[in-house]
Ligand binder design. Structure first.
Ligand code: NAD
Length: 487
């Protein structure tokens, strides 16, 4: 069956989702389809009062259901049922995703929804396997480390992969025994609302997942500053991460996980497999029109193959054609908003103004909606804005080097350290350089996450604090208590 659809036919969930029910609020924020620029609907913006209602619902649900303390196996079962329902409702979820985001509907079904269900099951399996520890103490005492959920987790997600980001936040937090108040991006709220609705249908107690709609300054600030929220889990820009840290410092310190921006280098040596590398470089920047945190946006190539690789990439970049996210065949994704497209173009033009040579792209597509051409910029210095700024669009820079040391110098970003790609057939060099790259993840002769959810993801430096995915994400949703009993 074709997944293609007409936006007007999609029934959009409306209102916040609190205590298992939709809660209406006055229209405040327009939600648009980036594929056309048309307004789809308007959503409310939760103020401190609405956020407080959601936090109280979360706390009540924890107390009444005993979710945090309930037999871990029951938590595990409920999460598996939720994952089953997410898979069963994949088409509906994917349409709610595609209608307002940059995700093509076919990719949302095959990728985002499928992987999110897998990840929820992955985290569910920790519920009855990870616990505290008995510790060696003196003979006169008995000591153990108890592992406990935080309570209410406040989660804030970006717009670029709404289903996946909701899964990353909700899966480990719930498996670890917490309740969640989650704010999706104001640009892409619908799939998250529907995931919350499905959780109640799956038997997860109402109130354990609450979704509040709104923007960062009002709703996000109310979440991060709420005294009833025990932990913050944020994914978004480094700028917003810094604002959250400030607000937490002002309103009461609480633990936080921050998954922030990146500007990841792709370091290619002369001995690399050129076909494989060209594939990885293209897939490292063009999916979702480059709007993904781990985008390999700085291509750094050893001189011997630089010209050939640049020509090959420019040719490949030129092949992409835009398509609305609801068409049957996935096309090149739109940019999320006109504001973001103008920002991308501003950096590209500034890069050219400072000596950058645009090898391809550099303009918007002549197509309805917010589509920007895949763009490759050579001749850039390390201080060029296209090299320093996280562009969050289909734009990569192309730099060359001669020696390993030069490559490492170019790869090092002054503030970001999210991911890095390394392409070489020399195993010793690969092992040597993975140690030198300043990044939370290094991919060698591949680029992008696999379905090995055990690998944690998260940045170094200004790219973040703490990890999502992996055992670490489960652990990050629990806190330990050291207990010592005198015998
Ligand atoms: P953004 O920071 O503008 O917004 C992210 C979320 O934070 C939104 O829900 C927004 O409403 C909210 N927000 C904004 N200001 C806030 C504030 N002061 N207090 C509380 N909440 C606030 O980011 P975006 O444009 O939605 O997403 C793109 C960014 O996200 C990029 O920088 C990208 O690298 C990053 N990202 C990182 C990862 C990762 O795993 N490291 C994953 C996806 C996206």
């Amino acid at each position: 069956m074709s997944l293609a659809f007409t936006p007007a036919d999609v029934r959009l969930p409306s209102g916040h989702f609190i205590d298992g029910a939709y809660v209406p609020g006055p229209d405040a924020i327009e939600v648009r389809a980036p594929s056309t620029g048309q307004v789809l609907t308007s959503i409310p913006c939760a103020d401190a009062g609405v956020v407080d209602r959601a936090v109280k619902a979360a706390r009540r649900a924890l107390d009444m259901s005993g979710w945090g303390g309930c037999t871990p196996r029951d938590r595990l079962r409920a999460l598996h049922r939720w994952a089953d329902l997410i898979e069963a409702e994949a088409d509906t979820l994917a349409r709610l995703e595609a209608v307002c985001s940059s995700r093509p509907v076919s990719q949302a079904v095959a990728g985002d929804v499928a992987v999110t269900a897998e990840q929820i099951r992955f985290f569910a399996e920790f519920a009855d396997k990870e616990g505290g520890d008995l510790v060696p103490t003196s003979d006169s005492a008995f000591g153990y480390i108890s592992s406990e959920p935080y309570g209410v987790v406040g989660a804030i997600a970006p717009w670029n992969f709404p289903i996946s980001m909701a899964g990353w936040k909700l899966g480990p937090a719930l498996a670890a025994g917490n309740a969640v108040v989650l704010k999706p991006s104001e640009m892409t709220p619908f799939s998250t609302l529907y995931m919350a609705e499905l959780s109640v249908r799956a038997g997860i107690p109402a109130g354990l997942i609450n979704v509040v709609l709104g923007d960062g300054p009002v709703t996000g600030t109310a979440i991060t500053g709420h005294p009833g929220i025990d932990k913050i889990s944020f994914t978004g820009s480094t700028r917003a991460g810094a604002a959250i840290m400030e607000n937490i410092a002002r309103t009461g310190i609480k633990p936080m996980t921050l998954e922030l921006g990146g500007k990841s280098p792709m370091v290619v040596f002369d001995d690399a497999d050129v076909d494989l590398t060209a594939d990885c470089l293209e897939r490292g920047i063009l999916p979702n029109a480059g709007q993904f945190c781990v985008a390999g946006s700085r291509i750094i190539v050893q001189r011997g193959i630089a010209d050939a690789l640049a020509a090959r990439l420019a040719e490949r970049f030129g092949r992409h054609r835009p398509a609305a996210t609801w068409e049957a065949e996935a096309g090149f994704s739109p940019i999320i908003s006109e504001t973001q497209l103008a920002r991308i173009d501003g950096i590209v033009q500034a890069a050219a103004g400072q000596g950058g040579e645009i090898l391809c792209g550099g303009t918007r597509f002549d197509h309805a909606g917010s589509f920007y051409r895949p763009t490759l910029i050579a001749g850039v210095t390390p201080s060029n804005p296209a090299v320093t700024e996280e562009i969050f669009g289909p734009v990569a820079t192309f730099q060359t080097f001669d020696t390993e040391d030069e490559a490492m110098e170019l790869a090092r970003h002054p503030s970001y350290g999210l991911c890095a790609g390394l392409f070489t057939r020399d195993l010793s060099r690969a092992l040597r350089l993975t140690r030198r790259l300043e990044a939370g993840t290094v991919w060698v002769n591949r680029y992008g996450r696999s379905r090995d959810h055990i690998l944690p993801t998260g940045g170094w430096k200004a790219s973040g604090l703490g990890k999502d995915l992996g055992r670490e994400a489960f652990a990050a949703n629990r806190r330990t208590k050291s207990v010592l009993i005198d015998l």
